[in-house]
Design a protein around this ligand. Structure first.
Ligand SMILES: Nc1ncnc2c1ncn2[C@@H]1O[C@H](COP(=O)(O)OP(=O)(O)OP(=O)(O)O)[C@@H](O)[C@H]1O
Ligand SMILES: [Mg+2]
Length: 371
């Protein structure tokens, strides 16, 4: 168990800045996930924690120990690499047992630990198989077993479930979360998949182009993104640029051409550290599940939309509308009594969004000032 602390860490590869002056720390025993688009520096970050890369600038600490230039063997980290990196000439058993043998454990102890790890990843019975005789998903599970079997202080997982089918992915991520909490191993996890990130993590870091945009709990990340990048990356929301035209004790009113009108937002819905000023540029965010179709127009937070696209997926209808000078998307639950199936492209509908659900994102400069 350990706290991992990044102090102003950068990693350059020639002209490429893979990680750009990041400062943050994990909590002890935390499950922390790096989420971000391809090339944003997730693998590079994990490799620096494992010791396979040394930072170009900055310092890395495990608890109070400066490990910036400590060799990988002396760090007690367990890592699952994005491409598994199993030993191809060894069997499954030998791969998982490797780290234990290097620690000179007794044979019986090794047998037991390997058997437990194999059971954990549902690979019991495959001990004698060679790595090249396994599917991608099976290799991934062996890599996971190999990383946890040594009981590392820090577990580093680089997309460890990406090759599993949906069902196995779900059960393995639940198992992983349970095991991580049971053993209390500080874990840094990398994934592209936000649903997976939200379901396993204590906190999520959203990264882009080497920089950290937000570190927060899954719920706060989704509900209250700190900037437009985070909101766009997470999706499931409509974003409209606008300008604050009025504020009072309870609400903020934004004029937005994209919605052809005024939007009222509750102050209690906003990030508490942000202050609002008339004339300021903001983005209005409305989650796709908060946009409702209404039979009668409400006095506020209502707009007219022309249906441009509709798709049924069982539980929901995905609808896209042209509104003002923009477009917006709505996900509305399928109900037996609703008549969305009868809607035609080109139909004009009234769309409403509740005042308590309207979230405002400050412009870039203001958000930096405020944080
Ligand atoms: N060894 C290297 N030499 C040169 N450039 C590198 C090297 N490793 C990574 N990069 C570059 O650094 C940036 C970050 O790469 P990294 O592998 O950390 O991204 P990632 O977030 O893990 O992406 P992905 O989701 O695709 O795995 C990219 O622009 C990549 O091209
Ligand atoms: Mg990567």
């Amino acid at each position: 168990m350990a706290i991992v602390r990044f102090e102003n860490i950068s990693k350059h590869f020639g002209n490429v800045v893979a990680v750009d002056s990041v400062t943050y720390e994990t909590e002890d025993g935390e499950f922390l996930t790096l989420l971000g688009p391809s090339g944003c520096g997730k693998t590079t970050t994990l490799r620096m924690v494992a010791g396979f890369y040394y930072p170009t600038h900055g310092r890395l600490f495990f608890d109070d120990k400066d490990v910036t230039y400590v060799v990988p063997e002396a760090r007690n980290t367990g890592m699952v690499f994005q491409n598994y990196a199993l030993f191809p000439h060894m069997t499954v058993f030998e791969n998982i047992a490797y780290g234990l043998q290097a620690r000179r454990m007794q044979k019986a102890v090794i047998q037991k630990k390997v058997a437990d790890a194999m059971e954990l990843v549902q690979m019991t019975g495959y001990e004698r198989r060679k790595v090249h005789e396994l599917s991608g998903g099976q290799q991934q599970r062996v890599a996971l077993a190999r990383a946890v079997v040594i009981q590392p202080d820090i577990l580093l997982l680089d997309e460890p479930l990406s090759n599993l089918d949906a069902k196995l992915r779900k059960t393995t991520s639940e198992e992983l979360r349970r095991l991580q909490k049971q053993l209390g191993i500080t874990t840094i996890y990398v994934t592209h998949d936000q649903e997976e990130a939200f379901s396993v993590s204590d906190r999520v870091i959203v990264m882009n182009a080497g920089a950290v945009h937000q570190i927060d709990t899954p719920v706060n990340t989704f509900n209250s993104p700190k900037d437009v990048f985070v909101a766009e990356f997470l999706g499931h929301s409509n974003l409209f640029p606008g300008k604050i035209v009025e504020t009072d004790g309870e609400s903020i009113i934004v004029e937005t051409e994209a919605l052809a009108g005024r939007v009222r937002a509750a102050k209690t819905r906003q990030r508490p550290e942000w202050k609002w000023h008339v004339g300021e540029t903001v983005h209005v965010m409305i989650h796709t599940n908060q946009l409702k179709i209404s039979s009668e127009p409400k006095p506020e937070n209502t707009t007219t939309g022309i249906l441009r696209f509709k798709m049924f997926n069982g539980l929901n209808w995905n609808l896209e509308f042209q509104v003002g000078d923009g477009t917006c998307r709505a996900i509305v639950p399928n109900e037996f009594t609703s008549d969305y199936a009868d809607l035609s492209i080109g139909d004009e509908l009234t769309l409403c969004y509740p005042y308590e659900e309207v979230y405002l994102i400050k412009g870039k400069e203001s958000s930096r000032d405020a944080s």
